[in-house]
Design a protein around this ligand. Structure first.
Ligand code: KG4
Ligand code: ZN
Length: 354
């Protein structure tokens, strides 16, 4: 069958969203359904893994059914199944992986194991028809911050990676200490809009030229120390200024390293991905810097920045087009990261399917 007509059912359950989507070809979303557990986890100030797994179990089949109905597609019309197998919470991942394997086995359909972080990058293909590799991708999510050189749909090289806390993790931890609800990223984004980003001089780490790794734990500690000192002295904390100054420190590092990577690779296209890509200041600063030197800048729409299954379907489609399928022994890989494509071929479980 022609690839452009292939129907992919995609499943995502790596953290606190149970999601399914149906795609026609690589880039056309027929349906996307997301059941978010955020309100459940909010009262604990973060994701409780056991609760997440139980919620996924209760919701996975209804969400898949709804995605098929909304797409006007029956299970019999599905050509392949793509599922996130890592990184994420092991119990949460296993729910999606088990559902996908059961459906693939029952219907004798090809199974595609997708790296969630690669999925985030591919969300951009769903939003920008004209986007093609090569480009530099900045991935900033709850658990990872990385720079990738993307030379083809299955050809990646890792330029730099998370050393300690990821960008999203720092947003969430600082918001929590400031008494803002989970997830902290959107809350800090909102608070920062009315704050002064130059009010407090927080540190920027690993800014040596040619170093594309990221470290946000020092920044996190500096903000926590600042807040504790003010509290101990009984001084009032200006939440907007702290949020804006912290956010500026994160954004500065992400912008500087992204543009150094563009300079070193000689590429003229920058792609932003992951939940932190929804940050308004980060989007604005990257766009401004890109416009100044004639670099093309792409970012997904807000609903496709954060976790969703459509991006998993898109990544899965391009993997399948290159014959990268998984076997039915596909397992959850909670600590899967971004790697060079040459080293990931074995992770797909071989090329056992057509
Ligand atoms: O990619 P994602 O939805 O889940 C993971 O794969 O981790 O990313 C979630 C992260 C959270 O840390 C959340 O606080 C952050 O993305 N986030 C934001 C914004 N929206 C979500 N961070 C900064 N500004 C935002 N507007
Ligand atoms: Zn994610």
């Amino acid at each position: 069958m022609q690839d452009a007509k292939k129907i992919t059912l995609a499943i995502e359950s790596s953290c606190d969203e149970t999601a399914a989507a149906v795609l026609k070809g690589g880039r056309r979303i027929l349906s996307g359904v997301i059941f978010t557990q955020i309100p459940v986890h909010q009262k604990y100030g973060g994701v409780v893994p056991e609760i997440a797994s139980r919620r996924h179990i209760a919701k996975i089949m209804p969400v898949i059914d709804e995605a098929l109905v909304k797409a006007g597609v029956t299970l019999g019309e599905v050509d392949q199944i793509a599922v996130t197998y890592g990184p994420g919470l092991v119990g949460a991942l296993l729910v999606g992986v088990s559902a996908a394997k059961a459906l693939a086995f029952a219907r004798n359909l090809p199974l595609i194991g997708v790296n969630h972080l690669e999925g985030h990058i591919f969300a951009n293909f769903l939003c920008h028809e004209e986007l093609e590799p090569p480009f530099v991708a900045l991935v900033a999510s709850g658990g990872h911050t990385a720079l990738m050189r993307v030379d083809g749909y299955n050809d990646f090289s890792l330029l730099g990676n998370t050393r300690d806390d990821a960008a999203g993790e720092a947003f969430d931890k600082i918001a929590r200490v400031m008494g803002l609800p989970y997830p902290g990223g959107p809350e800090i984004d909102r608070a920062a809009r009315v704050g002064d980003p130059t009010a407090i001089d927080f540190p920027r780490a690993l800014l040596t030229k040619g170093n594309y790794d990221f470290s946000f734990s020092g920044l996190k500690s500096a903000v926590l120390n600042y807040l504790n000192e003010r509290k101990m002295k009984g001084e009032k904390i200006n939440t907007a200024n702290v949020a804006a100054s912290f956010e500026r420190a994160v954004v500065d590092v992400l912008v500087i390293k992204s543009f150094e990577a563009l300079e070193e690779t000689g590429l003229d296209t920058l792609v932003l991905a992951g939940g932190v890509a929804a940050n308004s200041s980060l989007q604005r600063e990257l766009k401004n810097a890109a416009d100044k030197i004639g670099v093309r800048f792409f970012c997904p729409t807000p609903d496709l920045c954060t976790d969703n299954a459509a991006m998993i379907g898109c990544r899965g489609f391009y993997q399948a087009a290159a014959g990268k399928f998984a076997d039915l022994d596909l397992n959850a890989a909670p600590s899967l990261g971004l790697q060079n494509s040459a080293s990931t071929d074995s992770d797909f479980g071989g090329e056992s399917r057509p």
